[in-house]
Design a protein around this ligand. Sequence first.
Ligand SMILES: *[C@@H]1O[C@H](CO)[C@@H](O)[C@H](O)[C@H]1NC(C)=O
Ligand SMILES: *[C@@H]1O[C@H](CO)[C@@H](O)[C@H](O)[C@H]1NC(C)=O
Ligand SMILES: *[C@@H]1O[C@H](CO)[C@@H](O)[C@H](O)[C@H]1NC(C)=O
Ligand SMILES: *[C@@H]1O[C@H](CO)[C@@H](O)[C@H](O)[C@H]1NC(C)=O
Ligand SMILES: *[C@@H]1O[C@H](CO)[C@@H](O)[C@H](O)[C@H]1NC(C)=O
Ligand SMILES: *[C@@H]1O[C@H](CO)[C@@H](O)[C@H](O)[C@H]1NC(C)=O
Ligand SMILES: *[C@@H]1O[C@H](CO)[C@@H](O)[C@H](O)[C@H]1NC(C)=O
Ligand SMILES: *[C@@H]1O[C@H](CO)[C@@H](O)[C@H](O)[C@H]1NC(C)=O
Length: 553
Amino acid sequence: MAGHVLLALLQLALTLSALVHSQNQPGFISIDCGLVDKPSYTDESTSIYYTSDANIISTGISHSISSKHKTQNLKRQFWNVRSFPEGTRNCYTLVAPQASSNKYLVRAMFMYGNYDGENSLPKFDIYLGANWWDSVMFQNESEIVSKEIIYVASSDYAHVCLFNTNSGTPFISVLELRVLDSDAYLFNTLSLLARYDLGLRDAELVRYPDDSYDRIWRPSDSEDWRQINTLLHVDQGLSSTTSSYGLITYPPSIVMRTASTPANVSNKMEVHFQIGNNSYFVYLYFAEIQKLQANEIREFNIFVNGELFRANFSPSYLQTLNILAIGNGPWLSILINKTDRSTLPPLVNAIEVYMDKNLSQPQTQQTDVDAIMNIKSIYGIKRNWQGDPCTPQAYSWDGLNCSYDGSGPPRITSLNLSSSRLTGNIAPDVSNLKDIEYLDLSNNNLVGDVPSFLSQLQFLRVLDLEGNQLSGIIPTKLMDRSNNGSLKLSFGGNPNLCSSEDSCKSSRAKLVIPLVSSLAGAFILLATTITFCTYRRKQTGTCLMSSIGKNSL
Ligand SMILES: *[C@@H]1O[C@H](CO)[C@@H](O)[C@H](O)[C@H]1NC(C)=O
Ligand SMILES: *[C@@H]1O[C@H](CO)[C@@H](O)[C@H](O)[C@H]1NC(C)=O
Ligand SMILES: *[C@@H]1O[C@H](CO)[C@@H](O)[C@H](O)[C@H]1NC(C)=O
Ligand SMILES: *[C@@H]1O[C@H](CO)[C@@H](O)[C@H](O)[C@H]1NC(C)=O
Ligand SMILES: *[C@@H]1O[C@H](CO)[C@@H](O)[C@H](O)[C@H]1NC(C)=O
Ligand SMILES: *[C@@H]1O[C@H](CO)[C@@H](O)[C@H](O)[C@H]1NC(C)=O
Ligand SMILES: *[C@@H]1O[C@H](CO)[C@@H](O)[C@H](O)[C@H]1NC(C)=O
Ligand SMILES: *[C@@H]1O[C@H](CO)[C@@H](O)[C@H](O)[C@H]1NC(C)=O
């Protein structure tokens, strides 16, 4: 008991400290994976508060990247990685901060940095919950690969899992979650392909605190382009798309203050992306950042995949306008050229390209996840319980089974915690596993009453409580169900547990002998258990003591 209270307090303390520290960036989770020399730090240039993953993952090994790759310009977040040589699937479970919205941006970043001294670039898969997210592969040891997704979560949990695909050991450098406004972007799941701040100089990038969502805007350039900029503030503009596409989430002013334009006035601007067999969503952002003379005109046409998408478009002075184009792969090409009457070349300030992702495979029902997560923490269960309990189906947690009816989220239908060294009471969280049919808690050191909430589990068909230290009277409703055959109830080997008031009276008539068990603290054994003892608890020592008790009667 005392142990549980301590554990609970410790968890509370950890939760509180995480809350306090993340207050600078509400709605942010920022994890420096594999960080060992300190529990946390604040990144100097971004002021983002990073914590180590040591307390949130029990598997994997922390490594430093090779000193050769620890260059001056390399962000601290990439100095360490956590690698996962064991197991096919390893998962981080991010519990989203309490927030008004369940739209999340999740970003995982990877830099190999020859952390294992093998000079061998691995390739592996990343999953979000039950769904394949992407493959992670590298061009070279110092390339930073970033995977980012914007989606509407069905629960507070974001399970990010790395899958070993037999092409090297999975690892990860950084994991970040940002809560977005619920109406930001489209309602689709958006997997980031590119997010460019055009006109930005090389080697710089823009993110938090300039971008309050911590979107990362990277420079992009072409030999045929010229960079232009202003020091003036660029306002957020009015959306040029309808509200059914969600709120347009404009880039910050600092991104809009720079733009690219063709070096040669009469030239066109072109960008190409490989989309594969996916839909794409392109957000183009424009603002005029040069004060035009009376005789100057900047006007252009925008072609998407060869078709005129917007004709005679003129950006507004120091105000952002957005154009959203949606279509299907395998290619996306954007061509922008000036109209005949335009005296100035076209300009583009920023661009985002997303692909849709099929995250249709649902995660386990949230109430079941909450319940099983609590059960895991209350009893300190040490199994390889990672990621979502029921999904992907082939990787459902050891010791539980789920129902997968296709449409709704999977539910936990059976739980086997037999011989799992459970101590303390039967946790009320068990009663939140509403679809449970089979519950095996046998051969543990559970104490206290058989709680009446178990009788509220309407689908329960098998309840095994044998071989514990439970006491009191089994709730009548459970006994009724057991007697009429709708519940298979086993409760032998609980010295102090009776099936009815009467059976209790008859056993209490005998002598009660107090004993001390090294495991469970002080508790009381009834001498009448000798019969259960002989067949069930021979090895534990408890039985030996109780037979001594009986002999001494
Ligand atoms: C590594 O690959 C990236 C992406 O292709 C490239 O930008 C970078 O220049 C490469 N670095 C080295 C050292 O080859
Ligand atoms: C600009 O492009 C036009 C048409 O391609 C070409 O005739 C002209 O020489 C170019 N000017 C410069 C300065 O490159
Ligand atoms: C592309 O997706 C469509 C619909 O999802 C599917 O029918 C088609 O086979 C896919 N093509 C390829 C090349 O994967
Ligand atoms: C702009 O590009 C389109 C598509 O390539 C082309 O049809 C059109 O003639 C171009 N317009 C000008 C003014 O160059
Ligand atoms: C999404 O993936 C699931 C399988 O995971 C498949 O059954 C479903 O048809 C896919 N939906 C789309 C729109 O591709
Ligand atoms: C889950 O199902 C498998 C296969 O039917 C079975 O072997 C296993 O005992 C079940 N586990 C539980 C906890 O019910
Ligand atoms: C339940 O777990 C115990 C201990 O791990 C195992 O011996 C037993 O076979 C399991 N029961 C089922 C139905 O899977
Ligand atoms: C068994 O008893 C329970 C509780 O009294 C009742 O809800 C259930 O319908 C009964 N089942 C059968 C098969 O009689």
